[in-house]
Design a protein around this ligand. Structure first.
Ligand code: TRP
Length: 431
């Protein structure tokens, strides 16, 4: 039985390179073959519109990324592989989530804050050049994830905050309208290699130092010949440490092959020869996939058909789920009975603020205070034991705002003070 639902998206804004392959594509395709996972992979083309203003590039990138994943062995029969913009329920859910998301939460998103900081440093208006699309990005991403009730979301470190925000949105919605969403968790591939690029820095489009995964053979060779090395002459022993060439080789070769290259370095292999060895080793792994890729790219109709089929599979879930969500929020046929009432109303209680205690991936215990609409008011830092977290909660419940001063170093205030005070007063009244 497939129990664990894993979902991830790839923004269609560029051409896949070796770093993407080693860091994301190869491990993900391998993981998708595990019997117990139900995998969702999608081309995040709505996300691409946030950074790319060139329609032809969005289209081309979507084609290239789809062809890449298929050529690298993703099996669309085994997984659900689709294009975000083929699922109209996603932008619809984005709106439903927008309406339960504090603007303050989005103000704190790293990507948005980075833009504001940059503007401030340059003496510009804080929001200069910032689109509402960039600001809303975490909500769109939450809709991607929550639509399919994913448990795990494999992402890079830079995306972890977005998953936490998706959890917050899910919790707010559930609190207000009943338990509809699974709270997703980020899965950070800690052991995955980051590959150095041509100049030795991390391979990244933003450094313009990438090697396209499916560059034609002769171009691949030319690029590899351009990888930086030091100026040691043939015959002089070379250092493997800090050698981009060596690190890239290692990401593709077996342990024995890697040891053999290290030996050759020690024996003073000429850089040209080492590069040739890297080229041969890379091409050995890539050539068979490149052949499939070239074939796929030349037949966009086939990929289009694959994506449409994937969208049908995805929409078999998203359509009925959206019907349920629409009903839950009150977007209903006027003659339909009001089932699916909010959890609070169902139990006969009026909605009230709550403390939620939980354990994070880092093993630390945290809690948060949500107001009666599920909006985040307070967020604690990590406690080593659940007892310590519970004690802090107890103080807040009994002493109210008087406890805030003491606990302040352990709390992040996310709502305004009046809202926090009124929520805490609620607990004191109950005591
Ligand atoms: N924002 C992600 C990135 O740039 C891509 C993405 C969009 C995504 N929606 C997602 C990743 C949902 C995981 C889940 O890398």
């Amino acid at each position: 039985m497939k129990t664990l639902r894993v979902l991830t998206g790839i923004t269609t804004s560029g051409t896949p390179h070796l770093g993407n392959y080693v860091g994301a594509i190869r491990p993900t395709v391998r993981a998708s073959r595990l019997a117990h996972v139900d995998s969702y992979y999608f081309l995040a083309d709505y996300h691409a519109l946030i950074k790319v203003g060139e329609p032809a590039r969005v289209q081309r990138s979507t084609l290239e990324i789809a062809a890449t994943w298929l050529a690298c062995g993703l099996d669309p029969e085994q997984v659900t592989f689709y294009r975000q913009s083929d699922i109209p329920e996603i932008p619809e859910l984005t709106w439903l989530l927008t309406c339960v998301t504090g603007k303050g939460l989005l103000n704190r998103a790293h990507a948005y804050k980075a833009s504001v900081d940059k503007n401030n440093a340059a003496g510009l208006e804080p929001d200069d050049g910032v689109t509402a699309g960039l600001f809303m990005y975490p909500v769109l991403m939450a809709a991607d994830i929550l639509m399919f009730n994913a448990h795990k979301v494999p992402v890079g470190r830079d995306q972890v905050q977005h998953i936490e925000m998706a959890r917050d949105m899910a919790a707010s919605f559930n609190h207000l309208y009943g338990e509809h969403f699974t709270l997703p968790e980020a899965e950070i591939e800690a052991h995955v290699a980051t590959l150095p690029g041509l100049d030795g820095r991390k391979m990244s489009k933003s450094y313009d130092n990438t090697i396209p995964l499916f560059a034609p053979r002769d171009q691949l060779r030319k690029l590899i010949m351009g990888i930086v090395t030091d100026s040691k002459a043939p015959g002089e022993p070379k250092e493997t440490e800090g050698s981009a060439l060596f690190q890239i080789y290692q990401a593709f070769a077996s342990a024995e092959e890697t040891a053999a290259l290290a030996q050759a370095y020690a024996e003073g292999i000429a850089w040209g020869d080492a590069k040739q060895r890297l080229f041969e080793r890379l091409d050995q792994e890539i050539a068979p996939m490149r052949a499939v890729y070239d074939e796929l790219i030349s037949d966009p109709t086939r990929i289009e058909r694959t994506l449409r089929a994937g969208a049908e599979k995805a929409r078999a879930m998203s359509r009925p789920f959206t019907d349920r969500l629409r009903h839950a929020v009150g977007l209903r046929a006027l003659d339909s009975a009001g089932r699916d009432a909010p959890a609070a109303a169902k139990s006969g209680k009026t909605a009230a603020p709550v403390f939620k205690q939980y354990r994070e991936n880092d093993g630390q215990f945290r809690f948060k205070l949500l107001d009666s609409r599920g909006a985040l008011l307070l967020q604690s830092t990590g406690f080593a034991s659940p007892k310590d977290a519970a004690q802090a909660i107890a103080r807040l419940r009994h002493e109210g705002t008087a406890a805030l001063a003491d606990l302040q170093p352990r709390l992040e205030m996310l709502g305004d003070i009046a809202a926090v005070a009124s929520a805490l007063a609620h607990f004191k009244e109950q005591a």
